[in-house]
Design a protein around this ligand. Structure first.
Ligand code: KG4
Ligand code: ZN
Length: 368
């Protein structure tokens, strides 16, 4: 099956085409093209993503990225020979999401192909399967950490999610972005804070920041207080020297990592999960990757640990194509071409939830 996917939920315009064979549990994936155009430079002066600017850039870039993706996959514009089109319908910035949805709907109509809406967070979870054939053993647990989300998700069987914990205020990536702004390090915050933190060579840090909710009984998170704590520390310091900035970045990064690891490991133990998955932009953080891997290795019941390759940590359309493939296979459709119908009803939903998505998705899947 060839799946073409479009992703425009935030500040990356992305199109990918995958050729997928094999069975539902261990699909064989060939990435025919995977194009990501980042708008980071456009949003950087504003210190964050500006929704209407994102929309304008997606509108400008998407047709070009689409053509490039077809070309890279050696498919012709006249007859792209795609079996299924997929598009992110949420969560994300509504004006940005609509650009992808409108474009996908036009394509589906023009080429008479079925169209499937995909939850962006499900895409991040699937991203661990893109490069290597890997098997998810159930029950599985996913920690999705991005600019908009921090969620601990449990699934006892494929594609049925239960969100066990989430952030009550800022997402982990958002905290990185805000703290980077406070430290005058630029945007996006994750990579610059990580780079700064790497320079810390001391054995102990004098700056101490809180680990919000680390011992709370639930699995929720809160990062807004951590950001405020950084703000107060900066205020209290007479002068922000380069060394203090490095120390602050290192301590902040470690505070986020400590909370993420503690809650993930506790949940993994409580439910005896057989697989732990990480997904989302914050998983580009090398310290998080290293420390989480160590923590999982120390678990007695030795769950499988899956992280996306660095190229798939941030937003991309390959993960959306893969999620769409699973959704289509779930229905065991013998043939899916030519049934467009309901797909024209897809709407952007900035708050789309993993849990509610199933029900809504089922309506769409009447197609299959
Ligand atoms: O998944 P993603 O690309 O977009 C959303 O769905 O939000 O995640 C973007 C987030 C940003 O907040 C960015 O600062 C963060 O991921 N990020 C990182 C790193 N690289 C990107 N956070 C921590 N360390 C990094 N190395
Ligand atoms: Zn994302």
């Amino acid at each position: 099956m060839k799946v073409l996917a479009i992703e425009t939920s935030c500040d990356e315009t992305a199109v990918s085409i995958l050729q997928i064979t094999g069975n539902f549990h261990v699909p064989k994936i060939k990435i025919l093209s995977n194009i990501v155009a980042s708008q980071v430079k456009i949003h950087a002066p504003w210190g964050g993503v500006v929704p209407n600017l994102a929309k304008r850039e997606h509108q400008k870039n998407l047709p070009l990225i689409f053509k490039k993706a077809l070309k890279e996959a050696y498919l012709s514009l006249k007859n792209p020979k795609i079996d299924l089109i997929a598009v992110t319908s949420g969560p994300g910035l509504e004006p940005a999401l609509w650009v992808g949805i409108n474009f996908a709907q036009e394509l589906a109509k023009k080429y008479n192909k079925p169209l499937l809406a995909v939850n962006h967070l499900e895409g991040h979870i699937m991203s661990v399967l893109l490069r290597k054939p890997r098997k998810i053993l159930f029950p599985a647990l996913a920690l999705v950490v991005s600019g908009g989300h921090t969620e601990l998700v449990l699934f006892k069987k494929p594609l049925e999610y239960r969100v066990i914990g989430q952030t009550l205020d800022d997402a982990a990536g958002e905290a990185f972005d805000k703290v980077a702004r406070l430290l005058g390090l630029g945007y996006p915050g994750g990579p610059v804070i990580a780079k700064e933190a790497e320079k810390f060579s001391g054995s102990e840090r004098n700056i101490k920041l809180p680990r919000p909710m680390i011992n709370s009984k639930d699995y929720n998170f809160s990062f807004s207080g951590l950001k405020t704590a950084v703000l107060y520390k900066i205020r209290d310091l007479k002068e922000m020297t380069p060394d203090l900035k490095i120390e602050m970045a290192a301590e902040f990064q470690q505070a986020v990592i400590d909370v993420l690891i503690k809650k993930t490991i506790r949940l993994a133990k409580e439910y005896g999960v057989k697989t732990i998955i990480l997904g989302g932009g914050v998983v580009a953080n090398k310290e998080l990757r290293r420390q989480m891997e160590d923590a999982v290795k120390n678990l007695k019941h030795k769950p499988v640990f899956l992280m996306p390759e660095m190229e798939f940590t941030g937003d991309n359309a390959a993960m959306i194509a893969l999620a769409a493939y699973f959704r289509a296979m779930e229905r065991k459709t013998p043939h899916i071409a030519g049934q467009v119908g309901d797909s024209q009803n897809i709407v952007a939903d900035s708050n789309l939830k993993l849990q509610t998505f199933n029900r809504w998705q089922n309506r769409l899947e009447i197609l299959f």
